[in-house]
Design a protein around this ligand. Structure first.
Ligand SMILES: Cc1cc2nc3c(=O)[nH]c(=O)nc-3n(C[C@H](O)[C@H](O)[C@H](O)COP(=O)(O)OP(=O)(O)OC[C@H]3O[C@@H](n4cnc5c(N)ncnc54)[C@H](O)[C@@H]3O)c2cc1C
Length: 485
């Protein structure tokens, strides 16, 4: 039963509760201070591997710090003229005016941020980049990390790095709520990662359903397999939901951080200089071509990634089959709060709840071509080949969904991680690696990678130290293997 073992492998691997052994970060000698402080990192990794509900980190106060240090310098200047009473008076007055202006600017910036987060759903046209061809500000774009794509990986990463005080610029092609048939069942291991990232509330208020295990069906027989959750907090379970609602919750949460900026735009290329990625070129919503610059660019542009080419060794993406998706309404699953796997002919059929009233059905169709939806071949295939294998409790709702006609398809892709370490850039999420969606593991792997990267980068306060950053990025690929494999 390869499907079953595949599924359980994914589940079990995410459950490793034992402390993760500290891996060697880099075999090369490094002068980088933080990298050599192994005990500190070791401590980090131990805490990461345990289950925590703690919320950490305040936000960057760099703006305030800069303002404060400017003010102190200003005050020192005033001291020089201390003997001149009139001068002192005038400068004090100026200082007061200066402080007033600073406070006013800070307040109006704060108001803009608050307004921005309230208006999140329509904040899609902010222009902030540099005209292509203009000079780069030396180390000073004001951005630490550019994230390409705000799907599951990009949105979670933006919040995570923003919470750690990084100035993050996210460029997402479409900030409206996605409507897709992917990423709808988060395994319990993925939920644990959400908790570690402080994002567990993103599965609240979206009518997400708890998933406690799988039910397997084969030739009139069935059995139920529960996740081994006994040792965990009662809240820990899988969650299934509308993918778009989940992503939108994470985007909203990221955009509440003042140092995270979400912008709608399509990244067209990575900007490279002497082998180092310096940023991206992108097209804004209104068609302007701009450049954005940062010491680190993280590419999370999903399974159809156009940007991964230069960051990983060219691999043929395997497409063994396609999923055909339907939504069933007004029906009860035979085993509530369970994913249902029909070990059918010629391949599996899945059912799981995506809200309190809807059940997702995914039919695996082998090969890269599916019957045509337009000419009715697909409806015919589903009714004659698939429907007879659907459990009787779901059959009417299945036929009704086929007749309703909202049939969607998606290729099932798999691609091993084979990165080409590149200074200034990193791949994450489906852009980096993919596994067959039957494993339901894609989101869990992405979230797990984010935890690894967050902990790795924490001691590195200044991402502009290019040599040091490169060493950290190289070790990411080693560290993640222990978590994922
Ligand atoms: C049919 C199917 C079912 C699946 N079911 C599950 C499941 O149940 N559980 C599970 O864990 N995983 C599942 N997966 C896998 C899961 O969907 C992915 O692993 C997950 O969505 C990866 O997240 P991501 O952020 O890398 O990509 P995405 O979530 O696809 O996000 C990519 C983002 O990048 C944006 N983007 C793309 N190009 C650009 C550009 N040039 N410029 C700016 N933005 C850009 C896109 O608009 C999008 O928002 C499934 C996959 C498939 C195909």
């Amino acid at each position: 039963m390869p499907l079953l073992s595949l599924t359980l492998t994914t589940i079990n691997l995410q459950y490793k509760a034992a402390p993760v052994p500290f891996p060697t970060i880099s075999s090369k000698p490094t002068t980088c201070q933080s990298l050599s402080s192994k005990p500190r990192l070791r401590k980090l990794f131990k805490t990461t591997s345990s289950f925590r509900f703690s919320k950490t980190q305040g936000l960057s106060a760099s703006l305030l710090a800069n303002s404060a240090s400017g003010f102190h310098r200003f005050k020192e200047m005033v001291m020089v003229f201390d003997s001149y009473i009139v001068g002192t008076f005038l400068v004090s007055l100026l200082g007061f005016v200066f402080l007033f202006i600073l406070r006013h600017n800070n307040n109006s910036r704060k108001k803009k941020i608050e307004k921005g987060s309230r208006d999140f759903k329509i904040q899609t046209d902010a222009v902030s980049g540099t005209e292509i061809g203009e000079c780069l500000p030396e180390n000073g774009s004001g951005t630490d990390v550019i994230i390409v794509g705000a799907g599951v990986a990009g949105a979670a990463l933006a919040y995570t790095l923003g919470k750690d005080g990084r100035r993050v610029h996210v460029i997402e092609r479409d900030l409206t709520e996605p409507d897709r048939i992917v990423g709808e069942l988060l395994q319990p291991g993925g939920y644990l990662k959400l908790v570690e990232l402080g994002l567990e509330d993103c599965v609240e208020e979206i009518d997400a359903q708890r998933v406690l295990g799988y039910a397997l069906f084969k030739d009139e027989r069935n059995t139920k397999l529960s996740y081994p959750l006994e040792k965990f907090h009662a809240d820990v379970a899988g969650r299934s939901f509308h993918n778009g609602r989940f992503i939108q919750r994470m985007r909203e949460k990221a955009s509440t951080l003042p140092n995270v900026r979400l912008e709608q735009g399509t990244v067209t290329s990575l900007l490279e200089e002497n082998g180092t990625i310096r940023g991206v070129q992108y097209k804004t919503k209104d068609g302007q071509e701009l450049g954005a610059y940062a010491p680190l660019t993280i590419v999370c542009d999903g399974c159809f990634s156009n940007l991964r080419r230069s960051l990983c060794n060219p691999k043929v993406v395997d497409v063994p089959s396609c999923f055909v998706g339907l939504v069933l309404e007004n029906c009860e699953l035979p085993f509530s709060n369970h994913g249902h796997v029909i070990l059918g002919d010629p391949s599996p059929i899945l059912f799981y709840p995506i809200s309190s009233t809807e059940v997702r059905c995914l039919v695996d169709v082998p090969g890269q071509k599916v019957p045509s939806i337009a000419n009715g071949e697909m409806a015919n295939y589903l009714k004659t080949m698939v429907a007879p294998q659907v459990p009787p409790e779901l059959r009417d709702a299945f036929i009704a969904a086929v007749n309703k006609g909202n049939i969607r398809t998606m290729p099932n892709r798999s691609m091993p991680a084979d990165p080409h370490p590149t200074p200034g850039a990193l791949l994450m999420g489906d852009a980096f690696n993919m596994r067959h969606p039957l494993t339901g593991g894609g989101m869990t792997v992405a979230l797990s990678d984010i935890v690894v990267l967050r902990d790795l980068l924490r001691p590195l306060h200044d991402l502009h130290d290019a040599a040091c950053l490169t060493k950290y990025l190289e070790s990411f690929y080693t560290l993640r293997k222990d978590e994922i494999s």
